[in-house]
Design a protein around this ligand. Structure first.
Ligand code: ADP
Ligand code: MG
Length: 368
């Protein structure tokens, strides 16, 4: 957790960042977005004290950064700037491992890391011994991304890292960094001036204008309730109400691939299915695929393992008909704890799910 309390930064005459209180939770992808000169870089660099705040305190997991020395800060917090290329005379392995080396990790601490990371970005192990010039441009960029993760800091700061890339390479890297962030449970604070990039990557966005944070919230809330005209303009000048098409139906937007489990399955089999599919809830259906309820891995205890799905499922399941209008289900979806709503047909057959992210994509599509 990163907590800013009363943090500000002034340069003689100008206020780069005005008094700021906010908290960044762990494992979040946070984008700082705003126009040029709005204070994004200053805010980012105060986190690891590359820039000293003029006032206020920043705490990381409760510990003030002023009580940490530079070494301790670098161990906790990684930093990546725009387009810092690979070092041409060093092997890919040495490039990936440069930060652990600078942090003086021992050989045993370093062992296996380069191998593990290069596999995560789907490049062959023997590329580790190559020089950068023997990789394509896109492959080099992927190595740049894993280099940022090699020292295993919990927090990674990135200042417009993909700023100067062509759109296709950029999109591929955005997907990759988002996937790695989730997989490796990192907190990433990422500066961008590109709203498209921010919408794609963020769990939450910090929107800055002239040194002030004008809104800090989830993508969904920012899209549905922009704090002021500046935010609206950033999003494309239109309010959500005006651009969720009147006749888009739930059935048009839902995902029809949906993980479900049968009533008669054993809990052991259901848990295995959840583990295999990396989900923590499963919808429950009968033999004709009528929606009957759901099970949540968090509410399964030891005793339940001997039972069937039918015996322990929750039967109070919110659902939505595929013929309903999307604009009518926005509110329930946003207020729900679940990240999705089951979609049924007129006979209550499970036909799909409507996810929060599908909604975000829709809203975003309409903005283009
Ligand atoms: P951004 O990253 O959003 O483009 P910055 O955080 O770099 O913005 O800058 C915010 C404001 O602070 C700008 O007005 C900039 O001119 C000013 N600023 C940044 N660094 C300095 C500095 N070292 N000295 C004086 N003013 C600065
Ligand atoms: Mg900047």
């Amino acid at each position: 957790m990163i907590e800013f309390s009363g943090v500000e930064k002034h340069y003689s005459g100008t206020s780069a960042v005005e008094k700021l209180d906010l908290t960044i939770e762990d494992n979040q992808f946070i984008c700082i977005i705003g126009t040029s000169g709005s204070g994004k870089t200053t805010l980012l660099r105060m986190i690891n004290r590359m820039i000293e705040p003029s006032a206020g305190d920043i705490r990381i997991n409760g510990v003030s950064t002023t009580s940490l020395n530079e070494d301790e800060l670098r161990r906790k917090i990684g930093y990546v700037i725009q387009n810092i290329g690979l070092f041409p005379h060093m092997s890919i392995r040495d490039n990936v491992m440069i930060v652990p080396k600078l942090l003086k990790w021992t050989d045993s601490q370093k062992n296996g890391i380069a191998e593990e990371l290069i596999q995560k970005v789907e490049l062959p192990l023997d590329y580790l011994e190559r020089k950068p010039k023997n990789l394509s441009g896109g492959q080099q960029q992927r190595i740049g991304v894993i280099r940022a993760l090699a020292a295993n800091q919990d927090i990674i700061l990135m200042d417009e890292p993909f700023g100067a890339l062509d759109p296709i390479t950029r999109e591929a890297l955005q997907e990759m960094i988002k996937k790695l962030q989730k997989e490796m449970k990192k907190t990433i604070v990422f500066v961008t001036h590109d709203i498209e990039e921010a919408l794609k990557l963020s769990d939450k966005m910090i929107i800055m204008d002239h040194g002030k944070v004008v809104q800090y919230d989830t993508t969904e809330v920012i899209l549905s309730q922009p704090a002021n005209e500046f935010v609206e303009e950033l999003l494309g000048k239109r309010k959500r109400q005006n651009f969720i098409g009147n006749d888009i139906r739930v059935g048009d937007l839902m995902a029809s691939q949906v993980e479900a489990v049968s009533l008669s399955q054993s809990i052991v089999a259901a848990i295995k299915q959840m583990t295999d599919k990396k989900v923590d809830t499963l919808l429950v259906v009968d033999d004709e695929r009528h929606l009957k309820g759901f099970i949540d891995i968090k509410s399964i205890n030891q005793v339940d393992k001997m039972k069937t799905v039918y015996e322990i499922m929750e039967t109070e399941t919110a659902s939505v008909n595929q013929n309903e209008k999307v604009k009518d289900v926005v509110e329930p979806l946003l207020s729900m704890a679940l990240k999705y709503l089951p979609v049924v047909d007129d006979e209550n057959h499970l036909v799909g799910i409507m996810t929060r992210s599908s909604l975000v994509s829709l809203i975003y599509e309409q903005l283009k």
